[in-house]
Design a protein around this ligand. Structure first.
Ligand SMILES: Nc1ncnc2c1ncn2[C@@H]1O[C@H](COP(=O)(O)OP(=O)(O)OP(=O)(O)O)[C@@H](O)[C@H]1O
Ligand SMILES: [Mg+2]
Length: 413
């Protein structure tokens, strides 16, 4: 009996069926599709393939956890939501037939092609490769010029230099985000591959899936402890107990991802010298929150009641792990000096705009800059704050590029 609906989503025709997934059209949801995972594991472009009961659900959970993390960080992805145990909803894309490989350590096909490089050699920055997706010729390595020359046109978008640059930067950032997330579990993300698609509106989105088939993970940085598809690839005779081991590894990865939450043990205290600074303080707070930071606003005048200001300082020092103070005070601005002279926590001075001419300590930060500065401090050991900051920087670059493209199209008459 064929499935006609999943979790209330009526399935349309199969748009494409691959080795490990079926993609269904969703007639009631234009612009979206449903990807159904299979209980199947394959290697060597499908030459080696086995049924693996439970794999579809494990892959689906892994992918859901990874893409939710990336979406939260602000990466533009096709992933919308999980849908039942084995499927998820995604933006319907025309896929760009290129695999983007990012490597931190040399292993696998890299050392086969470059035997002079020792296994485990650390690429800094990570090494990026592009492969043309073609099982028949074993996904050959391609250079940028081969991609430009192909003039891939997907949903009206021609893949040229700018598009390649966007995908290269995004795949590097995706790697770096997941690498940091895995570091919290003392695991090394060795390498991974991602794919991109173009949605109906012509946007390039990170698409396809990321699961234990698409990356290498070495717990404690040790190859012998690997928990990814390489274990299956290396099997010569494949027994039931071998397949069980592969499944156990994949489930272990799900457990790690489930508990991979960004630490909450920090606080940004926006300390204002007067209630009249509230609007400015709120601007700082909302920018901090959009970068994933916990914020508390307080009012205390270091000039009128220094004892109370210091009491507040000591209270936070005694109760919160990582603290950053952002001080907002006009006039003589004694608040910043009172705080910075009495604590080892970072104190960032962000004057209300109308007080620019008052005595300040040499800093003159806009609320946005104060929030970015705060995030760069707290992001040092918080992978989500770090990721949001880096995605923001990437989005700035993308916006600049777009502005440049728009200008290039405008010609003087
Ligand atoms: N959001 C999406 N919209 C449309 N198609 C998608 C999306 N995400 C992934 N796909 C496509 O779904 C197809 C099926 O996936 P599967 O991974 O099973 O294919 P495959 O046999 O591995 O082939 P390939 O080598 O192309 O990945 C792939 O062609 C993939 O590019
Ligand atoms: Mg695939």
């Amino acid at each position: 009996m064929s499935t006609t609906s999943i979790e209330g989503y009526q399935l349309g025709r199969i748009l494409i069926e691959g080795k490990t997934k079926k993609v269904y059209d969703l007639p009631d949801h234009p612009g979206l599709c449903l990807l159904l995972n299979k209980d199947r594991i394959t290697a060597f472009d499908g030459l080696k393939a086995h049924e693996l009961r439970g794999k579809a659900a494990i892959s689906n959970t892994t992918n859901g956890l990874v893409f939710r993390l990336l979406n939260k960080a602000g990466i533009r992805t096709a992933f919308v939501d999980q849908c039942g145990e084995q499927a998820f909803i995604a933006r319907k894309c025309q896929m760009i037939p290129i695999e983007w490989v990012t490597r931190r350590l040399a292993t696998g096909s890299f050392i086969k092609l470059n035997p002079e490089v020792p296994e485990g050699y650390r690429f800094a920055p990570p090494k990026q490769e592009t492969c043309f997706k073609d099982d028949a010729s074993h996904d050959p390595l391609w250079c940028d010029e081969q991609i430009y020359a192909s003039k891939f046109k997907l949903n009206g978008l021609v893949i040229g230099r700018d598009e390649v640059q966007l995908m290269r930067r995004t795949s590097l950032l995706v790697f770096e985000i997941l690498e940091r997330a895995w570091q919290t579990k003392n695991c090394t993300l060795v390498d991974m591959k991602v794919e991109f698609g173009v949605d109906d509106d012509g946007n390039i989105l990170l698409a396809d899936i990321i699961d234990s088939d698409t990356w290498r993970i070495w717990p404690a940085g040790e190859k012998r402890l690997m928990v990814d598809k390489t274990v299956y690839i290396n099997l010569t005779a494949v027994t039931d107990s071998d397949l069980d081991q592969v499944k156990q590894n994949y489930s272990w990865v799900v457990d790690q991802l489930t508990s991979m939450v960004a630490p909450k043990d920090h606080l940004v205290v926006v300390l204002m010298g007067s209630a009249s600074d509230t609007a400015h303080g709120l601007q700082i707070a909302s920018r901090c929150r959009s970068l994933g930071l916990n914020v508390q606003l307080r009012v205390s005048c270091g000039f009128k009641d220094p004892e109370e200001t210091l009491r507040i300082l000591r209270e936070y020092e005694a109760t919160t792990g990582k603290l950053v103070f952002v001080t907002v005070a006009g006039r003589s601005n004694g608040l910043s000096s009172l705080l910075s002279g009495n604590t080892s926590c970072p104190v960032i001075d962000c004057l209300p705009l109308q007080s620019k001419s008052s005595l300040n300590l040499g800093y003159d930060l806009h609320p946005e800059a104060a929030a970015l500065h705060t995030a760069s401090i707290l992001g040092l050991d918080n992978f989500m704050v770090w990721s949001k900051l880096r995605v923001k920087q990437l989005n700035n670059i993308i916006a600049l590029k777009k502005a440049d493209t728009d200008q290039r199209q405008v010609r003087d008459c």
